[in-house]
Design a protein around this ligand. Sequence first.
Ligand code: ADP
Length: 460
Amino acid sequence: MSYILLIAAVLGLLNTYPLLVSEDLVFRSKAATMENSVSVMVSALGDLEGLTEENVTAAMTLAESTDLSRILVTDAAGRVLYDTRESDGAVGDYVLYTEVVQALSGNDAFTCSYRGGAFRSRAASPVLYQNRIIGAVYAYEYDVEQAALLRGFQSNIRNLSIMVGVLVLAVSFVLSRALTKKIGELLSAIRQVRAGAYSHRAAIRGHDEIALIGEEFNSLTDRLQKTEDVRRRFVSDASHELKTPLAAIRLLTDSILQTENIDPATTREFVADIGQEAERLSRISEDLLRLTRLDSGVLPPPLEVDVGPVLERVLRMMELVAEARQVALHCEEMEPCSVMATRDELHQVIYNLVDNAVKYSHDGGQVWVSLRREEDRWAVLTVADNGVGIPEEDLPRIFRRFYRVDKARSRAAGGTGLGLSIVQDTVKNRGGSVEAANRPGGGAVFTVRWPLAAEKGGRP
Ligand code: ADP
């Protein structure tokens, strides 16, 4: 609509302004020629002492201009002495034309108008004898030729405007129909996705901006669908993980309650099992809470933390557990590295990795830990073992929530399947990364990279 209104305004201007300008040009040229003719006649009469019908007629026969439609000569009172109109002439009558009145009061007068397909021009001037007004000459011209030219010009512009107008209307209609149709389709796709149909995609045609928006919308919906899938899987996995220990607790309590004359030793055993399952439940809920906190994106403010002491503390803590399994813990290298994080986060990451290395080692196995600086940019922690290793096809999946290669082994070792997800999310939140691989000699190796904290010298 606004486009059409704009074009209409332009066409309106095109139909009026040039015509007004050409009309004005004609008026000016008329004024010049008529004033000239009138002054020629005035000077022819200027020699006469007084104006009479006879001497005026005699003087005018020589001076009158044939281009004019009518010429009147009046005396000082406005009585017509000479009129070029033959039939119905005004000789002897008094004329009160504005121009004549103006001329008799001593001024030249000129008016021109364009009406009814003709230019009508009137000019009058006083006739003076020794500075005395003795009469006036009045000329009138009725010109249809120039008017016809102007009319032709006018109708050409009008026809052109009509053509342009029709074309603009048609093009606007077609374009706006096509545009509204595309936007309508996109809107309906957006509404369907909003209503929950995440698999719905917008149909894309052409390469215009609407198609671009459609593509962006589709990729947004892809992400939404993936997030939704992950969320659904997480909720179903989490409820499944919580259901298993709860079902075990249920079974154990039922057994105690329903077995008559149960001996105290069996009861103690069952209660101990219940305790273990409860502990498992609390571990899972703790891990879930930790993940939820990581997902929320609200991080505690980072501090410059020296990784070495945290690593030493974890190794000391793990020594007893490792000893029990006859696993040997080796700290190969420990370069001083500071990273921007919190002590708890570092502890959690190192603990989870070392705990896994011990858990998935064979009895009597070995675990190697090292902390190095890389390219003066990264603090690199590696935790390697010569344990069971990870099947190649499972490597990309082990960081997923609740993913476990060997469910039975993980459960037996008290695993929740969330440890590596927590490691990955924690490290990523501080701009780092974690990778898993298999050692050539058997066993797994995990490598964590944190950006080094900027040291006081300015270099990171
Ligand atoms: P879990 O609580 O089961 O240990 P994690 O998320 O810590 O869960 O680990 C996921 C899975 O990755 C484990 O179940 C295990 O199969 C595998 N895994 C992790 N660390 C090791 C390792 N050092 N050696 C072999 N397999 C490992």
